[in-house]
Write a protein that binds this ligand. Structure first.
Ligand SMILES: Nc1ncnc2c1ncn2[C@@H]1O[C@H](COP(=O)(O)OP(=O)(O)OP(=O)(O)O)[C@@H](O)[C@H]1O
Ligand SMILES: O=c1ccn([C@@H]2O[C@H](COP(=O)(O)O)[C@@H](O)[C@H]2O)c(=O)[nH]1
Length: 243
């Protein structure tokens, strides 16, 4: 069944980058239960298409290091709090997948073994090959980075065919579409061009790492239910970044 479904799709293994804010729903902070359920259902719909799915989760719904650094905290200390926020998010997601009957494993790049499994590439690959959704916390495991860069890193390490950046807008535009109503969307663009034009949908380090690893990126909106599967079936509006 899996083999049959996969034959129609261009991707066998994908990594979805989910921002922490995507888990807030309409709340101003934290984790909204209904939203977590909806996103878990979206990921499960993609798994049912026969795709192996890893998810890197951000922490902006709880803490962002750059926003709290300076308030009596060094940047590395503030970033540690940000990385811990991502761990809280994957714990919530793992519980949701489990309650929906979908095998999932939370793993963290910041070792905290009594809470979640410590990330190793080998173990991550093993979980994916057994059709478990792998929920990755801690970004790169180092301060001064973001989970966007963590997503590019893990996608390359785990040999994912594509990095799917789930965001608030349906692709990459000539300028931030929330600020510039005249901005137009690219259907397709190269990593080089995104970096050259300094387009801000993900940080430059993430695009540079993806370029180095020849990793395509799809930028799409997470707002519609079922959006991950729609993108995989080529039915949703999005931007494809390739060499
Ligand atoms: N050229 C552009 N094309 C598309 N979006 C852009 C562009 N420039 C800026 N943006 C903005 O980038 C935002 C990316 O949002 P998103 O919250 O997913 O990323 P983020 O802030 O990096 O999240 P997190 O740090 O929590 O992972 C979009 O909502 C959009 O408003
Ligand atoms: O590799 C990483 C990834 C993240 N952080 C810290 O976590 C927060 C939350 O991540 P977002 O990507 O902003 O959602 C981030 O602001 C950093 O403080 C990190 O230190 N290293």
């Amino acid at each position: 069944m899996k083999e049959k479904a996969m034959a129609a799709l261009p991707y066998k293994r994908v990594l979805v980058k989910l921002s922490g804010e995507a888990l807030m729903g309409t709340e101003p902070f934290g984790i909204d239960r209904a939203t977590v359920r909806r996103i878990a259902e979206d990921v499960i719909a993609a798994v049912k298409l026969g795709v192996e799915v890893a998810v890197v989760v951000g922490g902006g719904n709880i803490f962002r290091g750059s926003q709290i650094a300076g308030m009596g905290l060094s940047r590395p200390a503030a970033d540690s709090m940000g990385m811990l926020a991502t761990v809280m998010n994957v714990i919530a997601l793992e519980a949701q997948f489990t309650s929906l009957g979908q095998p999932a494993r939370a793993m963290s790049g910041v070792a905290m073994p009594s809470v979640v499994e410590t990330y190793t590439r080998q173990q991550g690959m093993e979980h994916l090959s057994k059709d478990r959704v792998v929920l990755l916390a801690g970004g790169t495991g180092n301060p001064f980075f973001t989970t966007d860069t963590g997503a590019a890193l893990r996608a390359a390490e785990l040999e994912c065919d594509v990095l799917m950046k789930a965001t608030q807008v349906d692709g990459i535009y000539t300028a931030d579409p929330k600020k510039d109503p005249t901005a137009t969307r690219f259907d397709r663009i190269s990593h080089d061009e995104v970096i050259r034009r300094d387009l801000k949908v993900m940080d430059t380090a993430a695009f540079a790492l993806a370029r180095e690893a020849s990793l395509p990126i799809i930028v799409f909106s997470i707002h519609q239910a079922g959006s991950i599967a729609s993108v995989l079936r080529g039915e949703a509006s999005c931007t494809l970044v390739t060499a």
